[in-house]
Design a protein around this ligand. Sequence first.
Ligand SMILES: Nc1ncnc2c1ncn2[C@@H]1O[C@H](COP(=O)(O)OP(=O)(O)OP(=O)(O)O)[C@@H](O)[C@H]1O
Ligand SMILES: [Mg+2]
Length: 268
Amino acid sequence: MRKDGTRFWANVVITAIHDERGVLLGFAKVTRDMTSRKRLEELERSHLASVQIGQARESEQKRIARELHDDLGQQITALKMSVALREVELVQQVPQVYREQLTSSAELGEQIDAMAVSLRRIASDLRPPLLDDLGLEAALELMAEGFEHRYGVLARCLAGGEALCLSDLASISLYRVAQEALTNVARHAQANEVTISLSRDELYCYLRIQDDGVGFELAGTRRPESFGLVGMNERIQQLGGTLSVESSPGTGVTVAAKLPLSGITITA
Ligand SMILES: Nc1ncnc2c1ncn2[C@@H]1O[C@H](COP(=O)(O)OP(=O)(O)OP(=O)(O)O)[C@@H](O)[C@H]1O
Ligand SMILES: [Mg+2]
C-alpha cells in the first residue's frame, strides 16, 4: 500500500543481513513497483484476446459461408430442377387453354436464379471464396476488376510477384482493408483511377490503395458513425502492423498497411 492508501502490485525482496559471526542485524527490503509491468501484461492479454476474437469471427464467417453454399445453395439448385420438371409435367397434363393462367414456371425459375445470385453474393461477402482457393493476390486482382466494372473508375492491381503464403487471418484482414478502402474511393473520392499494390521485402508485407480523387482533411473531426478507417486500423494493429492514411484536399488518398512477415506467414 502506498502512503496515500492506494494499492499497487509490488515485487518485494526481503534479505536477512548477518554480521561475520552470523548474528542477525536486520533485514534489507527492496520493493519494486510493478504497476506498469502489470499494465503491460494486461494490454498484452487484451491484445491477444482481440486477435483471438478476430480469428473466431473469421472462422465463424467461413463456416456460415460454407453452410450457405453447400446446404442452401444445393437446395436452391434442387428447387430449380423441380420447377423445370414440373413444367414438363404440366405441359403434358394441362390442356392448352389453362396453361397460360398458371404462374409461368419460367418466371419462378428467374426468381430462383435471383435467389441463387443473392446467396452467392452474401456468402462471398462473408468469406471471399477466391481467397481460399487462389490466394490474396488473385482475390485482389478480381476485386479491382469488379470495382472498375461496377463504378467505372480505372482500377489497377499490382500484386504479382511471388506468393506471400499469408495466414488465414492476415489474408482476410488485408482483403478487408482493400475492400473498405475501395468502398471509400467509390463513396467519397470522385477519383479517375485507383491502384492497389501488394508487395514485400525481407521483413514486411505492404498493401497500398492509392486514388487520385478529391482527398480529405485528415485533421478534421471524425464523424462518430464512421468506422471504416478505424476498423482498418484495428485489423492491421491486431497483426502487429501499422496503417497510415495520407491525404490532403485535392491530392487523393493513400492508405498504406505495413505488416511484419514474422507471425503472419505460414511456412510450408
Ligand atoms: N478515398 C477517399 N477519398 C476522399 N475522402 C475519403 C476517402 N476515404 C475516406 N475519406 C473521408 O474520410 C471519412 C472517414 O472514412 P471512413 O471509412 O472511416 O467512414 P465512412 O466511409 O464515412 O463511413 P463507414 O463507416 O461506412 O466506412 C469519410 O467520411 C470521408 O470523408
Ligand atoms: Mg468508409
